[in-house]
Design a protein around this ligand. Structure first.
Ligand code: NDP
Length: 261
């Protein structure tokens, strides 16, 4: 993926940092979109907790990068579908930083293949990570979020208006986040907490690298004709997390270069 730094592409250096005093938890913050999001929220002034599944080395690098920029960060191993680990990552964040303001449900996996060949094991693995994980994290976070709290989930354009043969399992899992987001918006709205979904198009990460035949096809299907960067998604997360997101809830926002246009 394109390398990102804690300051590149932000306006943080030019004014008061909009998330100063806020605390964010980013699931799957060790690589890709989660990494860019952790760095961006930290650059905007938030203290950031990030979870990872296996890449402790990468998570540690993100923490160091944030600390080098003068920010506060903490990485914790938490398999997205493991209830106790997810809850511990939330309570650990609150113990460490004193509060929780922003949850970014980012951790996810993709398994693609012909519908009739998808194994039961894959069904369970993908739903566990992409559905159970965000559900449990939102549930654990909701107990700590106060007025102004934010729940931001990363879905996919493949579950919205762009259906692809071979994407049944992934699209099924990501579609669940639409239901979660819209219902949470109504249920938590009276407490002043917002819930939104971002649906990225093709973004250059380990999951979907911007090279090869498939990448050329995906880029060609966008209006802009190019892949997106993890940083593009992180910028939208930062907008929703900040003052600009105050009156946005229950929304699904495409960051897809016009893939679904
Ligand atoms: P990457 O594969 O680059 O990174 C995935 C991140 O999620 C890593 O930090 C990984 O941790 C973590 N993760 C994976 N499984 C688990 C788990 N069970 N528990 C905890 N953490 C886990 O993916 P992307 O950055 O591309 O994707 C991020 C999100 O964006 C996903 O939800 C994906 O579905 C979505 N998305 C991506 C698109 C793209 O084109 N890239 C397009 C649309 C949506 P570790 O480093 O430890 O493995």
């Amino acid at each position: 993926m394109t390398a990102v730094t804690a300051t590149a592409g932000t306006t943080a250096a030019h004014g008061p940092r909009p998330l100063t005093g806020k605390v964010a938890l980013v699931t799957g913050g060790s690589r890709g979109i989660g990494e860019a999001t952790a760095l961006r929220l930290a650059a905007d002034g938030a203290a950031v907790a990030l979870t990872y599944q296996s890449r402790q080395d990468k998570a540690g690098q993100v923490v160091k990068e944030i600390e080098r920029g003068g920010g506060q960060a903490w990485a914790v191993r938490a398999d997205s579908g493991a209830a106790e680990a997810v809850r511990a990552s939330v309570t650990g964040t609150v113990e460490r930083f004193g509060r929780l303001d922003i949850l970014v449900n980012n951790a996810g996996i993709g398994v693609l293949g012909p519908f009739e060949e998808i194994s039961l094991e894959d069904v369970d693995r993908v739903l566990r990570t992409n559905v159970r994980g965000p559900f449990l994290a939102a549930q654990a976070a909701a107990a700590h979020l106060a007025e102004g709290g934010r729940i931001i989930s990363i879905g996919s354009c493949m579950a919205e208006r762009v259906a692809f043969p071979g994407g049944t399992l992934y699209a099924t899992s990501k579609a669940a986040l639409t239901g979660l987001t819209r219902t949470l918006a109504k249920e938590l709205g009276p407490r002043g907490i917002t819930a939104n979904l971002i649906t990225p198009g093709p973004i250059d990460t380990d999951m979907n690298p911007a090279d090869g035949e498939s990448a050329t096809m995906q880029a060609g299907l966008t209006a802009l004709g190019v892949y997106g960067r993890a940083w593009d998604v992180a910028a939208t997360v930062a907008h929703l997390a900040g003052e600009g997101g105050r009156y946005i809830t229950g929304a699904s926002i495409a960051v897809d270069g016009g893939f679904a246009a």
